[in-house]
Design a protein around this ligand. Structure first.
Ligand code: MN
Length: 267
């Protein structure tokens, strides 16, 4: 049977139907799950401590009302900033200290690069140049002089020795994404045109321009960090909360309650 003319216009062969962009105020999290999402920390321990103190205070009141608060960290805990080691110590202790809150930790490209360096330092030597050298110093390891293979291997061995088991396990157990209500949380973004279940971890950790320059409805609003924006970017298709904490900006926390959203900065 030949499809009617209007049908051919609407559903041209091979062409995917795109659902329309929803209005941002229709998007929400379940009423019983107030959610806090934290952008790139990059070693900024003071700002992290402020954010956690504020969240824990609000979450305590919410727990008393039988709500189940959830905190999602969007990755990039290490590198560049003042003390990556202290940041990991702080994050690792949260579950035991505040068991009534659900804590979720995603991987950032900097955690992936650090693990890559530990696994194959010569292949991931670039990590030292984009913040890894500062992390080495936080663990009491001197960055290598020059780029000779032996010096790089030695630096890796020293880092492996200095890194507590709890830190290594924490880095190895990070997830790539998390979903709650109408939101999907990921470090960097998603690749336009690829179904959610087929998104590559590499893209979720590293993607930048293709994602940022292509407004696209993924079926969820994508909450992400990775790309610094001077003001929190609140769009129906994406919410970006990397506000450059390590280079003088605040550490941003997105607060989602029901259909409401706000961004709080800690500086
Ligand atoms: Mn980052």
């Amino acid at each position: 049977m030949i499809a009617p003319f209007w049908h051919r216009l609407l559903f041209r062969r091979g062409e995917k139907r795109h659902s329309p962009m929803p209005r941002i105020d229709t998007l929400g999290v379940p009423a019983q799950t107030p959610l806090y999402a934290i952008g790139d920390i990059h070693g900024q321990i003071d700002q992290l401590r402020q954010a956690i103190a504020w969240i824990v205070g609000r979450a305590a009141a919410q727990t008393e009302q039988n709500l189940k608060p959830k905190v999602v960290f969007l990755g990039d805990y290490v590198d560049r900033g003042e003390d990556s080691r202290a940041v990991l110590n702080c994050l690792i202790g949260l579950e035991a200290e505040f068991p009534s809150i659900q804590w979720i930790f995603l991987a950032g490209n900097h955690e992936a690069a650090m693990l890559g360096f530990l696994d194959n330092p010569l292949e991931h030597i670039a990590w030292l140049g984009f913040g890894g050298a500062e992390t080495l110093l936080n663990y009491g390891v001197r960055p290598p002089v020059g780029v000779g293979g032996r010096a790089i291997q030695k630096t890796r061995d020293q880092l492996l020795q200095a890194l507590p088991d709890t830190h290594l396990r924490f880095l190895q157990q990070l997830r790539h994404s998390h979903q709650c209500g109408d939101y999907l949380f990921v470090h960097a973004g998603l690749r336009p045109g690829v179904p959610l279940e087929r998104q590559a971890p590499e893209d979720m950790l590293w993607i930048r321009d293709e994602f940022m320059n292509t407004p696209h409805w993924y079926g969820k609003c994508v909450v992400h960090g990775h790309t610094i924006e001077t003001a929190p970017a609140l769009h129906p298709w994406r919410i970006g909360i990397d506000s450059g904490a390590y280079c003088g900006g605040p550490l941003s926390c997105l607060v989602l309650t029901g259909n409401h959203r706000e961004v709080i900065g800690f500086s």
